[in-house]
Design a protein around this ligand. Structure first.
Ligand code: 7RM
Length: 649
């Protein structure tokens, strides 16, 4: 789209970065990274300020990524203690519960310190030590953030698992990082329903010797089973602890957390982030991308189970002493106006959500928005997937009343923070484009051979130089890390995304170029879903692809071949959908199943997914080269079946 929404004078005047200085600043950040990132390190309080700023090489055989390596700091101290002299009574978190009739809560920085220290002491008492992994499986309540910060305080590595994952998925993630400790709640609440978190933990850890203690926060008061000796009541233990707990001095390169995310092959990967660089980057991006101003109310609607919740509900905003809103519920409960009701109630200034939520709300009409006062809003943001033109315009015109710049932030679990984004007051906006690389970020778009493309182009999105918020490894599998991110294009970090650059230098993300699909902003590997489908006893083989979906961005389309003597009929299809939901979690809901008798394979037996994607997307006039197919007739059958299922659109 050609249209441009220029930065308003008002916005420019008050922005944290001066538009006139910006280009120069970017230039310097790329040409003199040492100097730039040394200066940025000062936004953090260090026990010992780093002398070594960076040691980074992306080449696979000489790989090293170290930021601020001799620096010593504590993330929880930076999010809490350092703000206390001036702001003990300022609200750190606003908690808005699922049910609008329940009371919201304000937690001050002073109270946050008490809560985090008590829990940190309780964890220590239960035997948690520096370097131990603690799995956190919590609803969207402030206690989830306390748990993260308590781990950070004592140098334990947290691994937050999204509360929508199944017991199986939780188990895999506990086993992979050998968590001896799990922190959970009896139940969560979402959209008027309860989520049986403790029961899920019971199933996940059943028979797992590694888990020694499960700390349970009483949230709903619902009935739960109790395993004496293993289960510890948060209420009974934590409250008895002292509200003083000395923050553990950590090396900048000590791990802060692991967060699992799906890749194109194998099991989810434990993305490892370290302390110093991550904190600097989360804090800097939070301040500049959102043009955050002291005293503002900032609301990111993500779940803390995702990286967006880590960097932009907890670490970034708290490092900047912001007031960060935690919402327990969903955008559609009790009605589609909930986001805007909360915005009005808490006078939210900066609002950050996912395109899938915007599309779902847009469909319900403008009244749900306009009946609430949104004059407090100043900045709008999106993350997680490309935003389509219609959704962008609605967000801009209706939600933001044409006043609020939209920052379309492109980044990944792996990148720790924003990588490509407009900056309010600096960047003119183009709907659907994530605009320009962040300070210090050098984007390169390369062709299949790895040649760097200049000017207007389309290709694979790579990052040429290291940045402090970058992941450092896949937990327990450094070789897979090097292979996944640094082997495709020598000397560059490969993102797995495709991108275009237009004549003005704007970047347009075109989506994943690997076998990762993005359903409502949630990442899945197609292989991960296939593995689950294949466990059903009617299934011989399956192939999963993403296809364009109005609300979810991408839907899940599965081609399934029955075992000899079995039929994939409607009953079995329902069973398979249920099976995968309970195996991975309800977010992994297959949208369309096609019972197929064969898959398009090359003569060497490789599934030609490109063809399956085209069929699922109704784009069969343009199947590309099919000359290497072993049995070309399979394709016609798949196309005919597809038309039958989707009603020959
Ligand atoms: C933050 C997050 C990462 C993948 C990434 C992209 C896609 C994220 C945008 C986007 C277009 C955006 N982490 N993605 N942001 N695509 N525009 N603004 O989402 O690890 O869960 O997913 O999400 O494909 O590689 S994530």
């Amino acid at each position: 789209m050609a249209e441009i929404f220029p930065v308003s004078d008002e916005m420019q005047k008050n922005a944290n970065i001066n538009k006139a200085d910006y280009e120069d600043l970017y230039e310097k950040s790329i040409k003199h990274p040492e100097e730039f990132w040394r200066r940025q390190a000062k936004r953090i309080d260090w026990v010992s300020f780093p002398k070594k700023i960076k040691d980074t090489r992306f080449k696979k055989d000489e790989y090293v990524i170290k930021w601020y390596e001799d620096g010593i700091l504590n993330a929880s101290y930076n999010c809490i203690d350092r703000h206390l002299p001036e702001r003990a009574n300022q609200t750190a978190f606003i908690f808005e519960p699922d049910d609008p009739k329940s009371e919201s809560k304000h937690i001050t920085y002073g109270e946050l310190k008490d809560e985090v220290c008590r829990l940190a002491n309780a964890l220590k008492k239960q035997g948690v030590k520096k370097g131990d992994c603690v799995t956190i499986y919590m609803p969207m309540i402030p206690e989830a953030a306390y748990a993260m910060l308590a781990c950070a305080r004592i140098g334990a590595i947290h691994s937050v698992v999204f509360g929508g994952f199944s017991p199986n998925a939780l188990k895999d993630r506990i086993v992979d990082c050998e968590s001896k400790f799990v922190i959970t709640a009896d139940e969560g609440r979402r959209g008027g329903k309860t989520v049986p978190l403790k029961a899920n933990v019971d199933k996940a850890v059943d028979g797992l010797d590694i888990v020694q203690k499960v700390i349970v926060f009483k949230n709903t008061g619902g009935d739960v089973e109790w395993h004496d000796g293993r289960d510890i009541s948060w209420g009974e233990t934590v409250l008895l602890q002292s509200n003083e707990c000395k923050p553990e001095p950590m090396s900048a390169e000590d791990p802060l957390f692991i967060l699992y995310t799906s890749g194109s092959t194998g099991k989810p990967k434990g993305i490892l982030h370290t302390t110093g660089g991550y904190m600097v980057y989360a804090s800097l991006t939070h301040e500049l991308s959102f043009d955050y101003k002291d005293g503002e109310v900032y609301w990111c609607t993500a779940d803390v189970g995702w990286i967006t919740g880590h960097s932009y509900i907890v670490y970034g905003p708290l490092a900047n002493a912001a007031t960060s809103l935690i919402f327990e519920g969903v955008p559609s409960y009790p009605d589609y106006g909930r986001f805007w009701e909360i915005t009005e109630k808490h006078q939210v200034n900066i609002f950050y959500t996912a395109p899938t939520a915007i599309r779902a709300l847009l469909k319900e009409g403008d009244d749900y928005v306009t009946k609430h006062d949104r004059s407090s809003l100043r900045i709008l943001g999106t993350v997680g997937e490309p935003i389509n033109h219609e959704a962008w315009l609605w967000y801009y015109n209706v939600v933001g009343e044409k006043r609020c710049p939209i920052v379309d932030t492109w980044w990944q679990t792996e990148t720790g923070g924003h990588m490509i984004t407009p900056l309010p007051g600096v960047t003119d906006l183009k709907p659907g484009s994530a605009a320009m690389p962040f300070l210090g970020i050098k984007v390169e778009i390369v062709d299949h051979e790895g040649n760097v493309l200049e000017g207007e182009c389309e290709g694979n999105l790579c990052i040429a130089y290291s940045w402090p918020g970058q992941m450092r490894s896949i937990y327990g599998d450094h070789d897979r890390y090097l292979e996944t991110y640094f082997s495709q294009f020598d000397g560059k970090y490969f993102t797995g995304d495709g991108a275009k650059r237009d004549k003005d230098g704007y970047i347009w993300i075109t989506g994943r170029v690997d076998d990762v699909i993005n359903v409502s902003g949630h990442r899945f590997g197609t292989a991960e879903i296939e593995t689950s489908i294949n466990e059903h006893d009617a299934v011989a083989e399956s192939a999963v692809v993403g296809y364009p979906h109005d609300i979810k961005g991408q839907g899940i389309y599965a081609y399934i071949i029955a075992k000899e003597g079995k039929v994939i009929d409607d009953v079995i299809k329902k069973e398979i959908v249920q099976f995968v939901r309970s195996d991975i979690g309800p977010i992994a809901t297959i949208d369309i199943i096609q019972a197929a008798s064969g898959l398009p394979k090359t003569r060497s037996g490789k599934i030609m997914r490109r063809i399956l994607r085209k069929i699922a997307a109704d784009d069969v006039d343009n199947l590309g080269d099919t000359s290497t197919l072993a049995e070309p007739a399979v394709v016609d059958e798949l196309i005919a079946n597809h038309k039958k299922i989707t009603g020959d659109k």
